[in-house]
Design a protein around this ligand. Structure first.
Ligand SMILES: [Zn+2]
Length: 322
């Protein structure tokens, strides 16, 4: 787990526990001040717990009757609360997660992050890497039924078959990371064929495996790169150093002379020198990539020794009527 995110989380959990305590105190006070009948029972319970502890410490007998008495008392309190239109557990300890009681950890001797903490961590991580709200786009939720399944006479197979093939390649690659057979992936094909979905599925799988990923659109990257001319911008450096970078929608960024091509080249070059993986999606064909970014970049993008080029073809899935 990344330390900065973990620290943030632990602070949030501590704040939540303080909030819980305030809620408990507020409720206890309300009962104390406005419901003397319930208050008397609660006091009796408190004394009983305290007294029993005392007796247990002194190894006194009588503790056997304790659970029974306690349950009767609890029952009475619950009933009275209900009668006064409070929820039964109004005076019970307050927490969001019953497993860890909002500590974020379970286990007595070996502390392990609680499920709720792991979930919150992943949520934070996704926000941080540009995948916020996209956790549903995974290989598991990939729905092949929405892809047309008629044979294309030109290719001899269907759009669904082709997409499933690409999906499988992507999943294999993600599962083989950090030792993938080829370093990079280039996903190309017209818009609406599922490239971004597959890219997010790769990112989500890598995150599940604890790998470090960042996802950014080419458009946002270019904005960041331009900004870094004028002011300190550490984000660009992070993009060059993150183990896996997902660069979405290459070709959709504005083409500015002396900026776009240079910046994209610089990014790819830095990453290749560090031998770091980059997954790119683009609407452009290989010829169009060459034309737009020069031969120099295109040959790096599509080098079969370094890059798995996966092409999607067919009808725009967003426009198919269902
Ligand atoms: Zn928990």
């Amino acid at each position: 787990m990344r330390e900065d995110l973990l620290n943030e989380l632990e602070n949030e959990y501590a704040a939540q526990r303080r909030k819980n305590e305030e809620t408990e105190a507020f409720r206890r006070n309300k009962i104390r001040n406005e419901y003397p009948g319930i208050d008397a029972l609660v006091r009796e319970r408190e004394e009983m717990i305290f007294g029993t502890l005392h007796r247990i410490l002194k190894q006194d007998a009588e503790k056997d009757a304790f659970p029974e008495k306690m349950e009767t008392l609890n029952g009475k309190i619950r009933e009275l609360l209900k009668e006064n239109s409070f929820p039964e557990d109004y005076l019970a300890p307050v927490y969001r997660c019953a497993k860890c009681r909002d500590t974020g950890y379970t286990g007595e001797l070996i502390r392990e992050p609680c499920e709720c903490m792991q979930k919150a961590y992943l949520k934070k991580l996704r926000e941080k890497i540009g995948l916020a709200g996209q956790k549903t786009e995974t290989f598991e939720t990939f729905d092949e039924n929405m892809i047309p399944d008629e044979i294309n006479p030109e290719t001899g197979f269907t759009q669904r078959q082709q997409t499933l093939f690409v999906r499988k390649q992507c999943e294999k690659w993600a599962d083989s990371y950090p030792k993938p057979p080829v370093r990079d992936i280039l996903l190309n094909g017209k818009s609406g064929l599922g490239k971004t979905f597959l890219m997010r599925a790769i990112a989500n799988r890598l995150i599940e495996h604890g790998q470090q990923v960042l996802m950014i659109s080419a458009y946002t990257f270019l904005q960041m790169a331009r900004k870094s001319y004028y002011e300190a911008e550490t984000g660009v450096q992070e993009l060059m150093e993150v183990p896996v970078l997902m660069l979405d929608d290459l070709g959709a960024e504005p083409m500015m002379q002396n900026v776009t091509v240079e910046q994209i080249f610089h990014l790819l070059n830095e990453r290749q020198n560090r031998n770091l993986s980059t997954v790119i999606s683009t609407n452009l064909s290989l010829e169009e990539l060459q034309k737009r970014y020069t031969e120099r970049i295109a040959s790096r993008l599509c080098d079969p020794k370094q890059c798995l080029v996966l092409t999607l073809d067919g009808k725009d899935l967003r426009r198919i009527e269902r």
